[in-house]
Write a protein that binds this ligand. Structure first.
Ligand SMILES: Cc1cc2nc3c(=O)[nH]c(=O)nc-3n(C[C@H](O)[C@H](O)[C@H](O)COP(=O)(O)OP(=O)(O)OC[C@H]3O[C@@H](n4cnc5c(N)ncnc54)[C@H](O)[C@@H]3O)c2cc1C
Length: 488
């Protein structure tokens, strides 16, 4: 199929995109839902082919997923395996360019909802590129999508609540989790109690995970980090250390823990290539990431373009669902349908956004390059990073040092490595990655050799889907330390 026209085009079939497509179609819109993945559900409802029940114990809110799926099947044109590489303004709306199999496809719409989600934030540390070192999201995707565990003895580290489901999920599949190492203090939550108590379901979820870890006697170590991974052909152990408030390893606190895999999660970064391609305004969110700016109806600064889910600010699946619902309604209104606006939607959006902000502030990713810029003898945790690329270059100086950002989080001045454009497929058994990002390098060295880039099809300017260097910020990273995102 090529060159079709719809009222509303939705990109991304995760919680946000599914909710948007369902909402827009419920007001009589002709909706198309495009997603690069083979199956709907995004990261949250990732599941093995045709076997949602196989991972029932690892998922939440499957009833919502099933009901969204039944709406999508009955009222929406769903195009899986359609990797959208750009969107452009056109006469009567927007043209969405995708690569599907080996063909170029253009789908047009009067309104556009972008719900492309996010990707793992990665922070380099010595040994991070060893086979067996996974991002937390990658380990989780392996488990949910393929029922493959990252290893037999896994160390989980980083910061944020996502570490809990990762550890609990691995343990539920028989993995020995040697510890969860949370770099921040758990007391950070207490400062944000008013926002946290308004989302009792989140509290219940957290308590459930904590109980699962306790039942299996998995140690949760706050103010601890995995500071080094050891091994030659693959990871054989990690050094963990206790941290002070500035994330410096406390003298004498280092110890080695044997493991055959590591899952490290520093939160997520929004995927904003498509909003940027259209010229949508952005701002820096509470976690220091650049996000698409939206109003209370999820409208961007480009008329007719709406953003929902992580791309407008990392906030989890519950918030993505609400934002998707609002964006779908707003898109329907944009194309002239009479739309209702239940007050509960905006109320819940506010509540979950406040929870997300609290989460970001309680679990900031500290200023990893700051100490280097301040001192010739760096004291910072990862100051002896193995990669020469990770060291400041002459002239990068204090100007480019991480600075306290909105909300007190400190923005890393060197952007995270780019996402693999094959998304979480890097490092996953049997699937291809782009082969160029650090996570793909891990995959390669693990003998999950990413396949070569597929042909881009007939459109002469269609990029191959693995053009990693096109990821925003990466060119800056390769050139040295990039500027701190605007707004800080
Ligand atoms: C690797 C990973 C694993 C995660 N696992 C969990 C988990 O187990 N539990 C949890 O609570 N949270 C998890 N998260 C966080 C989770 O992404 C969000 O909380 C939630 O899924 C956000 O919903 P969303 O709809 O905004 O994005 P997503 O669920 O990420 O959905 C985005 C969808 O857009 C598609 N897409 C992106 N770009 C394009 C493009 N250019 N063309 C076509 N399609 C595109 C993707 O294929 C995906 O299906 C994970 C995040 C990541 C990055």
């Amino acid at each position: 199929m090529a060159n079709s026209r719809y009222d509303v085009v939705v990109v991304g079939a995760g919680p946000a995109g599914l909710a948007a497509a369902a909402a827009a179609s419920s007001f009589g819109c002709d909706v198309v839902l495009m997603d690069a993945a083979e199956r709907p559900g995004g990261q949250y409802w990732r599941h093995p082919p045709g076997r949602l029940d196989a991972v029932a114990d690892l998922q939440h809110d499957r009833r919502t997923f099933r009901s969204l799926l039944s709406v999508i099947r009955s009222r929406v044109t769903y195009l899986p395996r359609h990797d959208v590489w750009t969107v452009v303004r056109a006469d009567r709306g927007f043209d969405v360019h995708a690569v599907a199999e080996d063909s170029a496809v253009v789908v047009s719409g009067s309104a556009l909802v972008l719900a492309p989600g996010g990707y793992d934030r990665q922070v380099p540390f010595p040994g991070w590129d060893l086979p067996g070192v996974f991002s937390a999201g990658g380990a989780q995707a392996l488990l949910k999508g393929h029922q493959v565990t990252a290893g037999r003895r896994v160390a989980v580290g980083g910061t944020g609540p996502f570490l809990l489901p990762v550890a609990a999920g691995l343990a539920a599949r028989g993995v020995t989790v040697v510890g969860v190492f949370e770099a921040n203090s758990t007391l950070g939550w207490i400062r944000h109690l008013p926002s946290v108590v308004r989302t009792p379901n989140k509290i219940a979820e957290g308590v459930g995970y904590a109980a699962a870890l306790a039942r299996r006697r998995i140690g949760f170590h706050a103010r601890h980090a995995i500071v080094e991974a050891h091994g030659e052909a693959r990871v054989r152990g990690v050094t963990v250390a206790r941290l002070d408030g500035d994330w410096r390893a406390l003298p004498g606190s280092r110890r080695t823990v044997a493991c055959d895999a590591v899952a490290v999660g520093w939160g997520f970064l929004p995927r904003i290539e498509l909003p940027l391609a259209l010229g949508c305004a952005t701002h820096v969110d509470a976690d220091g990431s650049l996000v698409a700016s939206v109003d209370e109806r999820q409208a961007t600064t480009v008329p007719g373009v709406f953003v929902a889910g992580e791309a407008g600010g990392v906030g989890g699946a519950a918030l993505a669902l609400i934002e998707g619902d609002i964006a779908g309604r707003a898109a329907a209104a944009w194309v002239g349908r009479p739309v209702t606006w239940p007050a509960r939607l905006r109320r819940r959006r506010r509540t979950y956004r406040a929870f997300a902000t609290a989460m970001h502030r309680a679990c900031p990713v500290c200023s990893w390059p700051v100490r280097r810029a301040e001192s010739a003898e760096p004291r910072w945790l990862w100051s002896r990073a193995a990669s020469p690329d990770a060291r400041p270059r002459p002239g990068s100086g204090a100007r480019s040092a991480g600075r306290p950002c909105c909300g007190g989080a400190v923005v890393p001045t060197r952007p995270s490595p780019p996402p693999c454009t094959a998304r979480t497929r890097c490092g996953t058994a049997g699937e291809a990655g782009c082969g160029r990002t650090p996570s793909c390098a891990v995959a390669r060295r693990s003998r999950h050799q990413p396949s070569s880039t597929p042909s881009a099809g007939s459109a002469p300017r269609t990029p191959a889907r693995s053009s990693c260097s096109a990821a925003p910020g990466w060119a800056g990273a390769r050139a040295g330390y990039a500027a701190t995102p605007p707004g800080c």
